[in-house]
Ligand binder design. Structure first.
Ligand code: ZN
Length: 98
């Protein structure tokens, strides 16, 4: 997924510097990588029926950077844990951001 530069808003497919304004995006790419890994952990835990672990991973990914992909996972995992209010909030987040 392309990373928008926080300085000039250019979409960047590869780091470590912005293709347009040359801003250093190393930290952002590192965070995105961690987030993708954490979200992968959530998916694997979910597939293995480890819902509590999946929930922990999804929340961690959300802390790294919230987004509609994480919100979808959080909505499902909140439902499984009986947190209907949080599930509804997470679901609304997925609608707001597409
Ligand atoms: Zn830039």
């Amino acid at each position: 997924m392309p990373l928008p530069c926080p300085v000039c808003k250019a979409e960047n497919d590869a780091g470590p510097a912005c293709r347009r304004c040359k801003a250093d995006l190393t930290m952002l790419f590192t965070i995105e990588e961690q987030r993708a890994q954490t979200l992968g952990d959530a998916q694997r835990s979910f597939a293995a029926g480890k819902y509590t672990e999946a929930y922990t991973s999804a929340r961690h990914a959300n802390e790294l950077r919230p987004g509609p992909d994480v919100a979808r996972w959080l909505a499902v995992l909140h439902l499984i844990h009986g947190h209907f209010g949080e599930a509804w909030q997470a679901y609304q987040t997925t609608c707001q951001h597409g």
